[in-house]
Write a protein of this length. Structure first.
Length: 143
């Protein structure tokens, strides 16, 4: 199995700096641990769909960033090969949090579950994804 990605604060900062879509949407990784991550997004006008609820794509992107951060805490590049989401409750205001947890890890694959919750701790959506784990080290760089 691969070694941890070193300083997990560096992993957190890496995803906050290098994921351009998440930056545009105001999504931030707020916590990482081996195989785990938490990301947040404060709902704003730009996140709403045509009927004034949080857009499914924005919620998916929030979950996907938590998934990416969690799956890349092992020191090698992990890239999604499958992801799906189920929307359970509409979100219209406040902060959404995505909590990613590793379910299974092998030398080549990792499977993760992500729960998206609102400020009242209600589950808004559930996401599951699988990554392919490359041999390349995660390029933790400045800038």
């Amino acid at each position: 199995m691969s070694k941890p990605a070193g300083d997990l604060e560096t992993v957190r900062a890496y995803f906050n700096t290098h994921d351009q879509l998440a930056r545009q949407l105001g999504i931030e990784v707020v916590e990482v641990a081996p195989g785990r991550a938490r990301a947040r997004m404060r709902l704003e006008q730009k996140h709403y769909n045509g009927v004034s609820v949080a857009h499914g794509g924005a919620i998916f992107t929030l979950a996907d960033l938590a998934f990416a951060a969690a799956s890349n805490t092992h020191g090698t590049v992990a890239l999604a090969i499958n992801a799906n989401i189920s929307y359970l409750k509409a979100a219209t205001a406040g902060v959404l949090t995505a909590e990613a947890e590793e379910l299974c890890l092998t030398p080549k694959l990792g499977t993760y579950s992500v729960r998206i919750i609102n400020e009242e701790q209600e589950t808004i959506a559930v996401f599951q994804g699988t990554v392919y784990r490359k041999k390349d080290p995660l390029p933790l760089r400045e800038g």
